[in-house]
Write a protein that binds this ligand. Structure first.
Ligand SMILES: [Zn+2]
Length: 275
């Protein structure tokens, strides 16, 4: 399955990471192999006893949206504060906030969540050519799993508990490589608004994007090697012209299609500065 393909490639990638010391590399491998997935929704959502206990304090009103939002947010805040003093026992329903219908994916320590909302077109559909799925949800899985090995991920070990599992040398090799990425992205300017990407604040997301697409492309190549090449589809335009693209080229088109969005100039500036 696609999820397994990509996570296996993450393990292969960390095994080959020459900038990590051998001890850090084996911890990284353990961490990659330990990654858990919540696909669609957490299983807790099917447990009535759990849900009744979880929400029994909440007095929701049938006629006040504001009241209900305040009750729910108060509960989320209280949960968060309660967790500060309790031992981490793995991510559950309360820590992932169960964003079932959100078109997003998330990474919390050692758990990668793919809510139902993102498991649809243009990101995923089991019936369509696999190059589209690898260029869509495949990239998302690669992106999220790479967060386990970045500036924040280095502070959390394979059990999901706080531990700096990198030695000094591994950290400085990482920072040297990151400098390269920071420099590359700091050179991108939107000519219309004259805003330049903040390469420092956006570094984790840029690393995740690079790792994500690399893993997805590799996993797709393995998929083709195992199942044989996918048929080419000639794209025909209304004027009768056509564009013949190979499945590998369609992988990149699918990725670009899913990334394509219309942003207001203000939102574009914000993402260039922070994401
Ligand atoms: Zn990310």
């Amino acid at each position: 399955m696609l999820v397994e393909d990509i996570s296996k490639d993450m393990s292969r990638l960390v095994e080959a990471a020459d900038w990590m010391h051998s001890e850090a590399r084996s911890s990284a491998k353990l961490k990659a192999d330990n990654l858990q997935f919540i696909i669609g929704y957490p299983m807790d959502l099917l447990n009535d006893t759990f849900l009744d206990a979880q929400y029994k304090q909440n007095n929701l009103a049938v006629d006040s949206f504001l009241h209900n939002m305040m009750v729910v947010h108060k509960q989320i805040e209280e949960e968060t504060f309660r967790k500060y003093r309790s031992e981490f026992k793995g991510a559950d329903y309360t820590s992932v906030n169960a964003m079932v219908v959100e078109v997003n994916a998330y990474y919390v320590p050692n758990v990668l969540g793919l809510p139902l909302g993102i498991l649809q077109e243009p990101v995923f559909n089991s019936e369509r050519p696999q190059y589209m799925n690898y260029g869509g949800i495949g990239y998302v899985i690669g992106h999220e799993s790479s967060h386990g090995f970045d500036e924040n991920g280095r502070l959390v070990n394979h059990n999901g508990t706080l531990e700096m599992w990198w030695d000094e040398d591994t950290l400085s090799s990482f920072q040297e490589k990151v400098r390269c990425m920071v420099e590359q992205y700091s050179n991108i300017t939107n000519k219309d608004t004259n805003v330049t990407v903040n390469g420092v604040l956006t570094q984790s997301e840029n690393i995740a994007d690079n790792v994500g697409i690399k893993l997805a492309y590799r996993a797709y190549q393995r998929h083709v090697a195992a199942h044989g090449p996918e048929p080419r589809i000639p794209l025909r335009f209304p004027d009768g012209s056509s564009l013949e693209l190979s499945p590998n080229q369609m992988f990149w088109v699918s990725f670009a299609y899913f990334q394509c969005a219309k942003l207001s100039p203000q939102e574009l500036d914000r993402t260039m500065r922070t994401e």
